[in-house]
Design a protein around this ligand. Structure first.
Ligand SMILES: Cc1ncc(COP(=O)(O)O)c(C=O)c1O
Length: 378
């Protein structure tokens, strides 16, 4: 199999770039003296997670219990399900734990904590639980200085759950793009999560683990005192959002969509390709950033020749409109991109684009292509 025989659109992974990204993150974590628990929701792929583990990662983070089940089946045992626990999923979590999975679940409310201890008591099981801390107003979590934190800790600890610690995800780090601002948000994520841990310990509650992380903060933190582990996901492939944030360059992006030119509108300067939003996803994450890459940037031709200045400016379900990012009209668009030309488009958001495909076509160092499956669904 080679690139020209792969049906399009397809998700391509450049293995050498991915390995560089994996090694870069693990090296950084080793330097900072913390364990690293990759978030496998980005790739949802056993082959990718195995390479992260081989590089030195400890355990994995998942975003669905289906991921937990699939990775457990493939031999991953230490799993953090890092989305607040819904009471109606406790049965599924219990089934995993009963099969021997060292699963940790997350809460940020007294109601969920009570549901967990009730279920645990009824089933004779001690759930491993972490409390999610809100360190940047991004999404979920309890405030590090709140009474709720201590109340949730008490419910868990006093009623038989295993309170493992605190975790946070400073997702607002995506809103910054200078090293100073990224260092500040990384330090805020660290400081407030450590503060929450210290408050629990002062209340005589156990808090062995302090888990923080997003790709921008993981790569920007200067010190992680008090933190025991870091989680990051998208770094494994990187994407155009991360390039705008400033933690990678487009040349580091390991995931691309292979597409074929299927038509032209020369008077508009458009080439039409067979990667629309169904392939790229609807994620327009670069829209609010310094460089808007539309639905993705035309990265290179099959030989790796970079094509500067062209992006997918529009997308229908199975049609992408490739044109100049600066609005200019390339009259000889058909000469530049003849019908049948294959191109690689870099994604705005690797997690969202990867999720459109059942498998990756992985390009090795000598141009050989392998197929790696990925999971989908819940
Ligand atoms: C709870 C949690 N931890 C870690 C991450 C990893 O963040 P990133 O993909 O920026 O590395 C995410 C991503 O959404 C997350 O939700």
């Amino acid at each position: 199999m080679n690139l020209s025989t792969i049906s399009t659109p397809s998700a391509l992974v450049d293995e050498a770039r991915m390995m560089r990204n994996i090694e870069r993150m693990q090296r950084r974590m080793n330097e900072l003296g913390v364990r690293f628990r990759p978030h496998v929701k980005t790739s949802k792929c056993i082959e990718v997670a195995r390479r992260q583990a081989q590089a030195g990662a400890t355990g994995i983070t998942v975003s669905t219990l289906k991921e937990a089940e699939q990775f457990f089946k493939a031999g991953f045992n230490d799993i953090l399900y890092a989305v607040c626990m819904a009471p109606n999923k406790l049965e599924q979590a219990l089934a995993l734990a009963n099969m021997g999975c060292d699963l940790t679940i997350v809460v940020d409310s007294e109601a969920s904590a009570s549901a967990i201890v009730d279920k645990g008591r009824a089933a004779g099981h001690r759930f491993n639980v972490m409390i999610e801390i809100d360190t940047d107003g991004h999404r979920s979590g309890v405030q590090p200085g709140s009474d709720d934190l201590i109340r949730i800790g008490r419910i868990l600890h006093d009623s038989g759950a295993r309170l493992k610690g605190v975790m946070t995800h400073a997702g607002s780090s995506y809103d910054f793009n200078t090293p100073e601002a990224l260092q500040r948000i990384a330090e805020q994520e660290r400081r407030l999560c450590v503060q929450a841990a210290e408050r629990l310990r002062s209340a005589d509650l156990p808090c062995a683990e302090v888990s923080v992380g997003s790709t921008p903060t993981a790569l920007s933190a200067l010190n992680l005192d008090g933190v025991t582990e870091v989680r990051a996901g998208v770094y494994v492939f990187f994407d155009l959002v991360m390039s705008n944030v400033g933690v990678c360059t487009p040349g580091d992006v390991a995931l691309s969509v292979l597409t074929t030119v299927i038509g032209h509108q020369p008077e508009k300067g458009w080439a039409i390709v067979d990667a629309g939003w169904m392939a790229m996803s609807r994620d327009r994450g670069t829209q609010k950033q310094a460089t808007d890459y539309g639905y993705g940037a035309a990265a290179c031709d099959l030989n790796g020749r970079l094509i500067e200045g062209f992006v997918l400016t529009g997308a229908n379900q199975e049609h992408g409109i490739l044109s100049r990012a600066d609005g200019g009209i390339t009259k000889d668009i058909a000469g530049l991109f003849p019908i049948g030309t294959q191109l690689r488009i870099l994604p705005n958001h690797a997690c969202a684009t990867g999720a459109q495909f059942p498998e990756y076509h992985v390009i090795g160092g000598k141009g050989e292509v392998q197929i790696w499956e990925r999971f989908y669904g819940w």
